[in-house]
Each structure stands twice: as structure tokens, then as C-alpha cells.
Design a protein around this ligand. Structure first.
Ligand SMILES: C[S@@+](CC[C@H](N)C(=O)[O-])C[C@H]1O[C@@H](n2cnc3c(N)ncnc32)[C@H](O)[C@@H]1O
Ligand code: SF4
Length: 380
């Protein structure tokens, strides 16, 4: 059942913390494995938060997201300071969703209790796998025992909105092991799961290692197999598959990430962070040193109506909400909704796309191929 009833989109703030204890082999996100520039970075970050205060035109901020990198490398005092600054600079709603991405190797019960006290109310923990052979392949710093320990600590610290990240399609795991990973997740009864197919990023060490034949290569069929298992087991356990990689218990979707898919404005602070104000997109330079020298803005682009249409199609097909043709007609004009509906017909006939009344959407099984379907609907 496709359910929209609980969704509410409001503006958000994203803060990119560009430091990690070490670089994981597969990771393509911008971060550096050194904390040397931490204090300079925090000063530059505070300046950016203040100087860009008009970017969202006084829209109420409903979500604040600390992503990375490894935000849990910052002390609770530093995070508290940033939250105070945001509250003093922006109109923040009474009960904002405040998420922090946390790496198991940086967590302790005391730290998690501190985060809870300063108002962080959602944790996204990068577990990746509950099996040591997978964690070693991914060059993670934690082991399976510590992964479980962190989740217990998070619960003990009073977090009830906990998400974990898992990665599937690993050559170190077979269907049985992936099923065991999911067993553990369901036994923990956490409200949210982000599960990603391992991708080889052009700038990641793992990609190079595979090219050189130094580590086991990945296999697309393993990812497909695991994805099918994931969709089936999530549905059996009552989780809503609301985006290709995201699953939640009712009402427990990430409000912050959903805003990206709903095209709500957001301001991104920190190196490599992106921002969107409803009509243009801009992104900061992916370099901490340059960021600290206040040459933060890298590029800005005005979004044309055609681009807006393409982005809407691409983002919405990745979600369970799908494309709303009525909305498209109202917001973008009839030429776009008619174009979309016409181009959708052959895809529907081929079983690659589904339609219910004014919605075009992908079923669980079709969702993994969202990018290919979106391309066929793009404005040319
Ligand atoms: C922004 S990252 C970092 C979060 C946090 N630093 C950590 O590692 O736990 C968010 C998530 O993206 C996923 N991810 C990153 N690179 C990936 C890749 N190449 N393939 C699949 N998933 C990836 C991981 O599950 C990771 O936890
Ligand atoms: S996966 Fe997380 S911890 Fe590992 S390098 Fe990327 S951002 Fe850092």
C-alpha cells in the first residue's frame, strides 16, 4: 500500500563533518583521515552558518542532519555549540528531527547519553555488517561484537529513533549470511534501516584494489539476490520500503532525507555540502583547507524547468511515493505531465513501471532499476 498520510516536508539544514579516523576502502564521500584542521574547520563552519542565514528566507527548519565523514568524532560540547548557533540564527521548529551519523568505533555509552541530553534525537549508525569477514573486507575499524554493543548503548542512552546502515552484495557474504544480517536487524527491532548495494566509487581505494586483483571483485548478481531477499524480508516484517535503500516502521522515515526527495529547500554547510533553495542548487568546495580559507562556494546552477522536471522524475522514482502527475501538471505545466504520461506508456506495457490513478511508481522489484526507467522519461 502506498501511504502518504504521514508525510510533512519542511526546510532542513545539513552539516558535513569532513573527518574520519581512517578512510574505508569503499567510501567515495568527502572526508580526510586526520583531525589536524578540526578547530579551523569549526570556526569556518560557524562563519558559514551565520553568513548564509538568509539563504532559506526565514523558512522554518524542521530537520538538522550531521553527516560525514564522521560527525561522532566531535565532542558533545562542540555539537551542542553548533546546535545553539543554529537555534540562535534560524527559525527552528519546536521539535526538530536532529540526526547524527555515528561510527561504531567512536561510540561509548557516556558519549551517547551526552548526545541525547543535548537534543540529538535520531542516530544513524554505520554498522555495515554484523559479520567480521564483511567488516574486514570493507576495512571497517569495528568488529561485529562492538556493532551490537553500540546499538545496545544507543537504546540504553534513550534513543528510540535509531537507524543502521548495512551494505549488501559483498563477495565475503552469501545469501545465508545476508539473511543472518537481516535476522539480527529484525531481532533488534529498530525502526529504520538503510541498506546499500556496494558500489565501486571512482575515487575509492577498493576500486583500485579490485582492478589490481588484490581483493575479491564484486558481482552484480549477488547484489540482485540480496536486494530481493531484503525487499521480501522487510515486507514480511512490516517495514515500509520508502526509498530504494531505505526501510522504516510506520512513521519512522528519515524526515531529513525525505525532504531531498520531495524537493524541499535545504542549506548544506561544510566542505562538499550541497544546498537547494527551490530554484537553484549550489555546492561547497570538497576540500577542507580551501573551505577554511573561506573560498567555500564551488559552483552554483540555476535550475531550468526541464532540469526541474528531470530531477523530479529521477528523485521520485527512487521512492515509494512515485511521480504525482496531478502535482506535475499543477506545478510544472501540462506540457511536462503529458510528456511524462506518454513516455510512461511503453514502460508500463513492458512491466518496468506501474500506474495507479495519477501516480507513476516502481514496485519493490522494479525500484532497483529506477535510474534506467527515469532516463526513459527524461525531457530531451
Ligand atoms: C556518509 S556514509 C558515512 C557514515 C559514517 N561515517 C560511517 O561510515 O558509518 C553513509 C553510508 O553510506 C554507505 N556507503 C558509503 N559508501 C558506499 C559504497 N561505496 N557502497 C555502498 N554503500 C556505501 C555506508 O553504509 C555508510 O554508512
Ligand atoms: S564510510 Fe564513513 S568512516 Fe568510512 S571513510 Fe566514509 S565517511 Fe569515513
Amino acid at each position: 500500500m502506498r501511504d502518504f498520510s504521514y508525510f510533512c516536508a519542511m526546510a532542513g539544514i545539513y552539516i558535513h563533518i569532513p573527518f574520519c579516523n581512517s578512510k574505508c576502502a569503499y567510501c567515495g564521500f568527502y572526508s580526510i583521515p586526520s583531525l589536524m584542521l578540526k578547530e579551523r574547520f569549526l570556526e569556518a563552519l560557524k562563519t558559514e552558518i551565520i553568513t548564509r542565514k538568509d539563504y532559506l528566507h526565514d523558512e522554518v527548519i524542521n530537520t538538522i542532519y550531521f553527516g560525514g565523514g564522521t560527525p561522532s568524532l566531535l565532542t558533545k560540547e562542540k555539537i551542542d555549540g553548533l546546535l545553539h548557533l543554529i537555534n540562535n540564527t534560524y527559525p527552528v521548529s519546536k521539535y526538530p528531527e536532529i540526526t547524527l551519523e555515528a561510527n561504531p568505533d567512536t561510540l561509548s555509552l557516556e558519549y551517547l547519553e551526552g548526545l541525547r541530553k543535548i537534543g540529538v534525537n535520531r542516530l544513524s549508525i554505520g554498522i555495515q555488517s554484523f559479520f567480521d569477514n564483511d567488516l574486514q573486507y570493507l576495512s571497517r575499524r569495528h568488529d561485529s561484537q562492538h556493532a551490537r554493543q553500540c546499538i545496545e548503548w544507543a537504546k540504553q542512552a534513550g534513543f528510540d529513533n535509531i537507524s543502521i546502515d548495512l551494505i549488501y552484495g559483498l563477495p565475503t557474504s552469501d545469501a545465508e549470511q545476508w539473511n543472518r544480517n537481516l535476522d539480527i536487524f529484525f531481532e533488534l527491532s529498530l525502526p529504520h534501516l538503510s541498506a546499500y548495494a556496494l558500489t565501486l566509487e571512482h575515487n575509492a581505494i577498493l576500486t583500485k584494489q579490485i582492478e589490481l586483483g588484490k581483493v575479491q571483485p564484486i558481482n552484480e548478481e549477488d547484489a540482485l539476490r540480496d536486494y530481493e531477499i531484503l525487499c521480501r524480508r522487510a515486507a514480511q516484517n512490516g517495514y515500509l520500503h520508502y526509498e530504494i535503500s531505505n526501510f522504516c516502521q510506520r512513521g519512522m522515515h528519515s524526515k531529513h532525507n525525505s525532504s531531498y526527495w520531495f524537493g524541499t529547500p535545504y542549506a548544506g554547510f561544510g566542505p562538499s555540502a550541497h544546498s537547494y533553495d527551490g530554484s537553484s542548487r549550489q555546492w561547497n568546495v570538497a576540500n577542507v583547507e580551501k573551505y577554511c580559507s573561506f573560498s567555500s562556494l564551488d559552483e552554483k546552477e540555476q535550475i531550468s524547468p526541464e532540469q526541474h522536471y528531470n530531477e523530479y522524475v529521477m528523485l521520485r522514482l527512487r521512492t515509494h511515493w512515485g511521480i504525482d502527475l496531478k502535482y506535475m501538471k499543477r506545478e510544472m505545466g501540462e506540457r511536462f505531465s503529458t510528456y511524462c504520461e506518454q513516455h510512461a506508456q511503453p514502460l508500463i506495457a513492458q512491466g518496468r513501471l506501474s500506474q495507479t490513478r495519477e501516480f507513476l511508481y516502481l514496485t519493490d522489484a522494479q525500484m532497483l532499476f529506477a535510474d534506467g526507467v527515469a532516463e526513459e522519461l527524461f525531457w530531451e
